[in-house]
Design a protein around this ligand. Structure first.
Ligand code: 13P
Ligand code: SF4
Length: 343
């Protein structure tokens, strides 16, 4: 891992001054950067002393992404980063289930979670007992769980997927009968995509929802297209099928960024959490956002103050502590994902 040298408020301001959305503050002024810098430099120094790395999802605040994170990405990329790091300690700035996944992949490492809100509307939608009941109701089905689930739920399923690989993995699963959980909009999108690919599967799904992506409507897209006819609409597969159908690109958060980087288009409506919009503002300043985005309160419950706190004096609540039996069974489900991705 590369050591981060101390940053000055002016350098931080230079990185963040274009950000209008997606942060814990409305505007990144030089004064705000002066407040962040002592925290950032202390975190980076402690990380080095403790042989720790910080993994951050693109949805967390820009001062974390650009100030202290060693790895930034979507949930699939972060799982791989968690697996490949040699550091002794992992600080996971995202949501608890992503930290759990890092621990499942690294049983001998300490994984700390600075986020103060534990849930996520998808991960909270279903528990292990409900999956056990569903398996009795659908005995011949392969149970596919989204990564946005607890370790207990993963332990009851067969294969884990993320937004980056769900379609390819479900296509490759030999069983015709698939039960997908917990996101009902992603489940509906999965059915549409399999039909488009000419794949015949009986797909059942649960009724969970992501409160951030559920909000978007095709009407919003039509309004933006009238005002900005050249804008490209980029959406996440947790959006409704009607939104997906009216979008120019659908993909995981990292795939969305790659698309926006590659295309010639200059204006984008991004139907996902604001953190990704702020990455566009910082990394592609010649590209413009149109329309609005939505904040995820769970991802935004990560702060520099809490990252510093878990480095200095972690409590049991900050640590990922899993029942070894659950961890071993959840590992098999996550490992199945890597096997299917590798073909
Ligand atoms: P990604 O896997 O695309 O990062 O999505 C995670 C997530 O929580 C989206 O709401
Ligand atoms: Fe969960 Fe939705 Fe937030 Fe992602 S954006 S962490 S799915 S609530």
């Amino acid at each position: 891992m590369q050591t981060k040298k101390d940053i000055t408020p002016e350098e931080l301001y230079q990185i963040l001054h274009n950000v209008r959305v997606g942060g814990t503050v409305c505007k990144y002024t030089l004064k705000k950067c002066e407040e962040f810098v002592p925290l950032i430099n202390e975190i980076n120094q402690l990380k080095e002393e403790q042989d720790a790395v910080i993994l951050a999802h693109s949805y967390v605040s820009p001062e974390i992404v650009y100030g202290v994170a060693d790895f930034v990405g979507d949930s699939y990329a972060l799982s791989k980063d968690a697996m490949s790091t040699n550091a002794k300690k992992i600080i996971f700035a995202a949501v608890r289930f992503m930290g759990d996944t890092a621990q499942i992949l690294n049983p001998h490492k300490e994984v700390l979670i600075p986020g103060l809100l534990d849930g996520c509307t998808l991960a909270d939608a279903i528990n292990g007992e409900q999956v056990r009941q569903l398996r009795k109701e659908f005995p011949d089905y392969t149970f596919v769980c989204y990564i946005n689930t607890t370790a207990e739920v993963k332990a009851e399923c067969d294969v884990c997927v993320t937004s980056a690989n769900i379609y390819d993995i479900v296509e490759r699963i030999p069983n015709q009968k698939i039960y997908f959980l917990p996101d009902k909009l992603m489940g509906a999108n999965l059915i549409v995509e399999m039909k488009k690919r000419g794949i015949k599967k009986d797909i059942q799904f649960f009724n969970g929802i992501c409160y951030v992506h559920e909000e978007y409507t095709p009407e919003q897209i039509h309004k933006i297209r009238l005002e900005y006819p050249d804008a490209k609409v980029v959406s996440h597969p947790e959006c409704s099928p009607a939104v997906v159908e009216n979008s120019d690109f659908i993909g995981s958060t990292s795939q969305m960024l790659t698309y926006m980087k590659k295309t010639e288009a200059k204006e984008f409506l991004m139907l996902t959490e604001c953190g990704l919009s702020s990455r566009l503002e910082v990394e592609f300043p010649n590209k413009k956002l149109v329309g609005s985005c939505t904040l995820c309160k769970y991802m935004k419950s990560n702060t520099l103050e809490d990252i510093l706190r878990v480095l200095k004096s972690p409590t049991d609540r900050d640590r990922v502590i899993l029942d070894p039996k659950i961890r071993d069974r959840a590992y098999k489900t996550i490992e199945a994902m890597f096997r299917y991705v590798e073909g």
